[in-house]
Write a protein that binds this ligand. Structure first.
Ligand code: NOJ
Length: 550
């Protein structure tokens, strides 16, 4: 089994990384062009979001063909070159496998619509209930109901996401075989990593029924059969290789399930993404609200997952950002007054935790939310649905736009800011999504803040490779109730790492426990330069610092 505890994975959103053709959309050639940049950063693997043929209603997560490349992203030759050129630099590729649903433009769905029984059995088609209501009362995660009319029949098909993303019936062995074939296809092409989209919702009940809460999540999330399917997926595909790294995206999961999904003895996945820590600025659990983040809750959740997964032998992917999340530094810090401190403090918090760190493109140069003020500047389907829903609730345009600015998934999807030339050096054409205004000072070439943040990331990535303590150490939080500092300790073979992270823009003091002060402390890394460890440890705004205790 390949080691993934010492790796750092970099996520590329191909559509927004680098355009080489002038069509305003990033492409595979653009990734090839930037391999030296990624190599210099020190990352081991590149997770690429979907680049398969797709109507792009959900930016590629509506896959119309699992084993092809959308020409707008490039050719097979480009793909092969990318694999080879990355390999020369010791970098491998992780592809996104969207196996819960297909686009309604997928050939299978089209054949089903045309009346082919075999393909109708690939999807979850049901009749209306006796009283004429939808087959179940479940809600779609993108707003509205989870069922739509199946052509001009009396049937409905299930879609947990957009209505153009039809859920597959995993109970059908033929469906599973088709999906395993698709996964094997990419493995044979030299792919060494797989990211499985919303994989813990594939196991729906055989009898689909109304949910008491009118939402339905419990009836299809983390069901026991999901574990069986993942074990089969493992056996039939990547389990045949000993150098493939896998990560499952887990919607609303639990520590107990997280352990089961990622414990090496269970032959499921290498690790999982969980999202509870990224909901601490949802008011009453509703994403589409504006609220300051709850710091104590954030710490409680990080701590619960660190401790729980460590004790149970599971493995976390650790991250703040991805293509579905607003930029973490806009969310948990102060990007106007402390852009360097915010970005590096957040990075250090994650990189020294137990788990495999994921860096999302642009995070390493301090990219921020763009704060567009017109809904038409946003492309994302979920944002447009939310805009309508909030408007329908009677909110004013200004109130709605404030929420969209904070919560839209497009916050992360704006094009990579390479330099201060037109369109931030991303494209010669018109970018598919607008470039944030701050690209002139926040870009890869900029000698000021961006470069310092990037240098810091390089150090964090190197330190993980150097220290078994960072890769394998146990985890323990310190003074979890502290109002503004998240302090934790890692330990491995008698060596300790103390990490102190200050999440606010004022000064704060932490009274460190005596047993830590008895040790010999060596400064390892911090964003305010070298520090001495002392009992009443004063921290500057958004400061982070780590000490080795021998
Ligand atoms: C999770 C993906 O990350 C997100 O972008 C997508 O919309 C949903 N899964 C549905 O595939």
């Amino acid at each position: 089994m390949t080691n993934f505890h010492d790796k750092v994975i970099y996520q590329i959103y191909p559509k927004s990384f680098k355009d080489t053709t002038g069509n305003g959309i990033g492409d595979l050639k653009g990734i090839i062009e930037k391999l030296p940049y990624l190599d210099e950063l020190g990352v081991d693997m590149l997770w690429l979001n979907p680049f398969y043929p797709s109507p792009q209603n959900d930016n590629g997560y509506d896959v119309a063909d699992y084993t092809a490349i959308d020409p707008m992203f490039g050719t097979w030759e480009d793909f092969d070159t990318l694999v080879q050129e990355a390999d020369k630099r010791g970098i491998s590729l992780m592809l996104d496998m969207v196996l819960n649903h297909t686009s309604t433009e997928h050939e299978w769905f089209q054949k089903a619509l045309a009346g082919d029984k075999k393909y109708q059995d690939y999807y979850l088609l049901r009749e209306a209930q006796a009283d004429g209501s939808l087959p179940t009362n479940w809600e779609s995660k993108f707003g509205g109901k989870a069922w739509s009319k199946f052509g001009d029949t009396d049937l409905y098909y299930l879609h947990l996401y957009d209505k153009t993303q039809a859920d597959l019936d995993w109970r059908n062995p033929e469906v599973r075989q088709e999906l395993y074939d698709a996964v094997n296809f990419w493995l044979e092409k030299g792919v060494k990593g797989l990211r499985f989209d919303v994989i813990n919702v594939i196991g729906k009940d055989e009898q689909l029924s109304d949910a008491d809460d009118g939402v339905g999540k419990k009836l299809y999330t983390d069901t026991p059969i999901v574990h069986e399917y993942i074990q089969e997926l493992n056996r039939e595909t990547f389990g045949k290789y000993d150098d493939v790294v896998t990560v499952g995206e887990m919607s609303s999961t639990t520590v107990k399930n997280g352990i089961d999904y990622s414990h090496p003895d269970r032959d499921e996945l290498s690790m999982i993404f969980s999202f509870h820590h990224l909901k601490v600025d949802y008011k009453d659990g509703d994403k589409w609200t504006k609220a300051p983040f709850d710091f104590l809750e954030l710490k409680k959740l990080l701590d619960e997952w660190q401790r729980g997964m460590n004790e149970g032998g599971g493995w976390n992917a650790v991250f703040w950002n991805n293509h579905d999340q607003p930029r973490a530094n806009s969310r948990f810090g102060d990007v106007d007054n402390y852009p360097f401190e915010t970005a590096t403090m957040l990075a250090q918090t994650i990189h020294f935790l137990s788990g495999t760190p994921f860096v999302y493109q642009g995070e390493e140069i301090g990219m921020t939310n763009p704060n567009f003020n017109k809904i038409d500047d946003y492309v994302d389907i979920e944002s447009h649905n939310a805009y309508q829903e909030l408007k329908n609730r009677g909110m004013s345009e200004a109130e709605v736009m404030e929420i969209i600015q904070e919560k839209s998934r497009d916050n992360a999807r704006t094009p990579m800011q390479w330099d201060d030339s037109k369109n931030a050096g991303f494209t010669d054409g018109t970018p598919w999504l607008k470039i944030p205004e701050n690209y002139k000072e926040r870009n890869v070439e900029s000698k000021r803040v961006s470069q310092s943040i990037r240098d810091y990331y390089k150090q964090l990535i190197q330190l993980r490779k150097e220290y078994k303590l960072i890769q394998e150490g146990s985890y323990e939080s310190i003074l979890l109730g502290h109002q503004s500092i998240y302090a934790y300790m890692r330990e491995y073979e008698g060596q300790k790492l103390l990490v102190l992270n200050h999440f606010y823009g004022d000064e704060a003091i932490i009274d460190l426990p005596q047993h830590l002060l008895k040790k010999e402390a060596r400064y390892l890394l911090g964003n305010k330069g070298e520090r001495q460890l002392e009992e009443k440890f004063m921290m500057q705004p958004y400061e982070t610092v780590a000490f080795l205790l021998d």
